[in-house]
Design a protein around this ligand. Structure first.
Ligand code: GTQ
Ligand code: FE2
Length: 322
């Protein structure tokens, strides 16, 4: 028998007994020299396209009840998810609509695109007003229902750790029994559930300009000083007029939403044009930099990353081109 035949016979016997030789992983390990392949592709979802499909969803689905009228941005290079750990989408809630209470072990947050003082999410019994630009958290296992008494359609960005929680096979879900919220059976784990727009945008203006990111305000949990959710961290990033960030990559993946202004995401071999209300994804370990294309107005981006998870497990790496 040839050497190859001997090995093939060994592999066959191992397979029969539900085993596998570690030496079979050598090619995989060699391919990982220099790090992982990015999970999925960098991509953009333009607001006009999202809105025309949302109008259609509004006509097709007059009430959302226990479900949600949310359009999730699907990465064209992944089986599921906007990034390999994060889902981002836009939700619309019609005038007088109630999205019924439920809870899940998936952590979520909302960044309000078109809000009102009469638009609310109730999180574990706490009424969170959703005005334009506010950030509202619905942490892992918190009850949440949404109510629109504003008399006009409302829109917000949904960001959830769905692909991460699915990958770890940790999904629990419990629907509420009615439109109103069940009585709370646990303590509120976070220091705060709502971050008003004014404080965040004022926060960016008080910061030094980071050469890679611009003026980067981190939404911190006041109780822990850490990220606003255990799995996701949120930032409001201001790019001064004509600012072009330096090239870098990180093992965290991120999703972004342009709050105002317009610019570009520069990638190896491509450029994404991003304008107000466009959403985009930057996969893990992808060289990129972001620039503001206006010489006289600023650009503001809401960003969410999986950095808290990557960091907690000791995987966080960052490389600068300079
Ligand atoms: O609003 O509770 O986009 O549970 C996906 C799952 C929104 C929500 C989503 C959800 C929600
Ligand atoms: Fe939910």
């Amino acid at each position: 028998m040839l050497e190859n035949d001997v090995m093939a016979e060994l592999d066959r016997k191992l397979t029969e007994s539900n085993m596998r030789g570690q030496w079979k992983s050598e090619a995989f390990l060699s391919a990982a020299i220099g790090g992982p392949k990015p999970g999925g592709e960098a991509a953009v979802w333009h607001w006009d396209a999202v809105m025309s499909l949302m109008s259609l969803a509004g006509e097709s689905m007059p009430e959302s009840l226990q479900a949600r009228r949310s359009l999730i941005f699907q990465n064209p290079g992944l089986p599921r998810g906007t990034s390999h750990t994060i889902n981002m989408g836009v939700q619309m809630i019609l005038p007088e609509e109630n999205a019924w209470a439920h809870r899940h072990s998936i952590g979520a947050l909302r960044f309000i695109i078109e809000g009102d003082e009469k638009l609310t999410t109730i999180v574990d019994g706490n009424h969170c007003v959703m005005q334009t630009g506010d950030l509202v958290l619905t942490p892992n296992w918190s009850w949440h229902d949404h109510h629109n008494q504003s008399g006009k359609p409302a829109y917000w960005l949904d960001v959830l750790d769905v692909p991460l929680v699915l990958g770890l096979n940790q999904v629990f879900y419990e629907p509420g029994t009615a439109e109103t919220q069940p009585i709370m059976d646990h303590d509120l784990p976070r220091g705060v559930l709502r971050f008003p727009w004014n404080e965040a945008i004022a926060g960016t203006l008080s910061l030094e300009v980071d050469p890679e990111l611009g003026q980067c305000f981190e939404y911190r949990d006041p109780k822990t000083g850490g990220s606003c959710l255990p799995t996701l961290s949120c930032r409001l990033v201001r790019l001064p007029p004509a600012f072009a960030g330096a090239l870098f990559r990180t093992t965290a993946s991120s999703v972004g939403f342009v709050v105002r202004g317009a610019g570009r995401v520069h990638l190896p071999g491509s450029v994404l044009e991003i304008a107000a209300r466009d959403a985009f994804v930057i996969p893990n370990w992808t060289w990129h930099h972001v620039s503001n294309s206006s010489p006289d107005t600023d650009m503001v981006i809401f960003m969410v990353t999986d950095e808290p998870v990557i960091k907690a497990l000791g995987f966080l790496r960052r490389e600068s081109a300079a």
